[in-house]
Design a protein around this ligand. Sequence first.
Ligand SMILES: N[C@@H](CCC(=O)N[C@@H](CS)C(=O)NCC(=O)O)C(=O)O
Length: 226
Amino acid sequence: MITLWELGGRNDRRYSVFSWRTRMALAHKGLAFETRPVCMSDKAAIAFSAGKTVPVLRDGETVVRDSWKIAEHLEARYPGKALFGGEIGRGVTHALNTWVDRALVRNMLEVLAPDIHERVDPADERYFRGMAERVCARSLEDQRAGQDEALERLGRSLEPMQALLKRQAYVCGEFPAYGDYVLFSLFQWARVMSPRELLAPEDPLSAWRERVLDLFGGFARNVTTA
Ligand SMILES: N[C@@H](CCC(=O)N[C@@H](CS)C(=O)NCC(=O)O)C(=O)O
């Protein structure tokens, strides 16, 4: 039995950017799982993990925290359909994971934060505001006023992936794997929490996002969105 703890927002939205990586990895491996929505501010709910962030995965007796460590755990325990493709693939995917976390997540948060704030669980509104204003160093109101510039910054930081996806169907090549889910998690975060369309139809990222949304019988497509 596999259980995933992840953030729950209004209308049962599942919006944790990092948990979407885990969700896609579980679907890729064909593993059934249960989910437990938690509030960002409710650290007691995940105290058993000895950490303060989701995703947290319990797989039988094993508890794993941190989306990257969860991906490594799933790859080791369920080798069937590869998430990384061997040791070199693991290393390169880890590099991509680190780049996305350090170069893209904050840019995406600057675009989305005011919209996310309107859709988090009401019990998390204050907590989310505090986190977003600390990370982005601006009030949510200033962030809303600056959303267009934030979108431009995000667009510039996505340019390497746009160039790549003109040349191949998926981040990982001919077929999707964990590197795709790492990048996709940002766009799923946006779909679930913001009514703003981030990608022009002619953007190679747009066609790629549609391909990922189609995977596993529309697993990521058929959820509550903004
Ligand atoms: N490196 C961690 C980051 C996890 C993370 O920051 N999760 C957010 C939700 S998307 C969280 O739980 N935040 C709670 C908080 O900041 O207190 C991972 O990949 O799992």
